[in-house]
Design a protein around this ligand. Structure first.
Ligand SMILES: NC(=O)c1ccc[n+]([C@@H]2O[C@H](COP(=O)([O-])OP(=O)(O)OC[C@H]3O[C@@H](n4cnc5c(N)ncnc54)[C@H](OP(=O)(O)O)[C@@H]3O)[C@@H](O)[C@H]2O)c1
Length: 263
């Protein structure tokens, strides 16, 4: 744990998982600018220490996929901060393959990190959120959790599960003083998901946003009590197509897959 560069004025405490890179680091920067005291969690300490010292945060090395470790770390954080105002479940890993080609261990890691990690973090930080109520929980889901078009199936399934967790637990916590917000980003360019280099044409690269946009929407969701937000907004119709015309989407995705296999 590091407390160097601690903020001079003490605002409420926010815990951000995956705060050492990409979207989590952008969220940490946005929250720090608004005076939040931050505790950043991630596995690798090098990047974690770098971002933590930049924004004046505390940090804890923690693998959110490891339930015992999450309990141990959350206990240590709760001893320093018995009340927290915000938990951001952001830690996540990409899939990079399908159900039939990824190693079983990779599929398990995706589920443990992207879905169960959010569950364990909420459960272990819940007493601190209750003590800090009114408080907020933000889950960083994904457009891949609203549509399943074949590519990166295990990742998409983990994000479907996390989205269902987020929506369900929002109801479980109704009236508790803890508001649950679900942020649903599309393609965002980050170290873990280098989406800009993935697309060749300028048109497709235009689909990719920066992590700062997600951070802005996280802050806006909390400040304006928005429960669910696609980032950018225009990804929402994709979820509508999945829900209203699933067979059409399945036919188009399968035809695309066959074309790719023939190439
Ligand atoms: N980028 C996109 O296009 C996109 C779109 C939709 C949703 N999302 C979601 O946004 C979140 C952040 O992704 P990102 O794009 O910012 O990726 P990123 O740049 O790779 O950042 C991921 C962060 O999560 C941490 N992390 C990964 N596994 C962890 C674990 N088991 N325990 C604790 N921390 C862990 C990483 O640090 P360590 O590796 O050191 O642990 C890092 O800080 C993910 O949940 C992702 O699914 C991303």
């Amino acid at each position: 744990m590091s407390t160097e560069n601690a903020p001079r004025e003490k605002g409420p405490v926010a815990v951000v998982t995956g705060g050492s890179s990409g979207i989590g680091a952008a969220i940490a920067r946005s929250l720090a600018r608004r005076g939040w005291q931050l505790v950043l969690l991630a596995r690798g300490e090098e990047r974690l220490i770098e971002v933590a010292s930049e924004v004046g945060a505390e940090h804890e090395a923690c693998d959110v996929a490891d339930r015992a470790e999450v309990e141990r770390v959350a206990k240590a954080v709760r001893e320093r901060h018995p009340a927290i105002g915000l938990l951001v479940n952001n830690a996540g890993i990409p899939g990079g393959g399908g159900f039939l080609d990824l190693d079983p261990e990779q599929i398990e890691a995706i589920v443990r990190t992207n879905y169960l990690g959010s569950v364990w973090c909420l459960r272990t930080f819940l007493p601190a959120l209750e003590a800090g109520a009114p408080a907020d929980l933000v889950n960083i889901a994904s457009v891949a959790g609203t549509i399943a078009a074949g590519y990166s199936g295990p990742y998409s399934a983990s994000k479907h599960a996390q989205l269902a967790f987020s929506r369900s637990v929002g109801v479980e916590l109704a009236g508790s003083g803890i508001t649950v917000h679900t942020i649903i980003p599309g393609f965002i360019d980050t170290p873990g998901f280098p989406n800009r280099s993935r697309f060749r044409t300028r048109l497709l690269q235009g689909l990719v946003a920066g992590p700062e946009l997600v951070a802005e929407q996280v802050v806006r969701a909390v400040e304006r009590n928005r429960l669910e937000q696609f980032v950018p907004r225009w990804y929402r119709p994709a979820a509508i197509v999945q829900a209203t015309a699933p067979a059409l989407l399945a036919r188009a995705a399968r035809a695309g897959a066959v074309r790719r296999k023939r190439k």
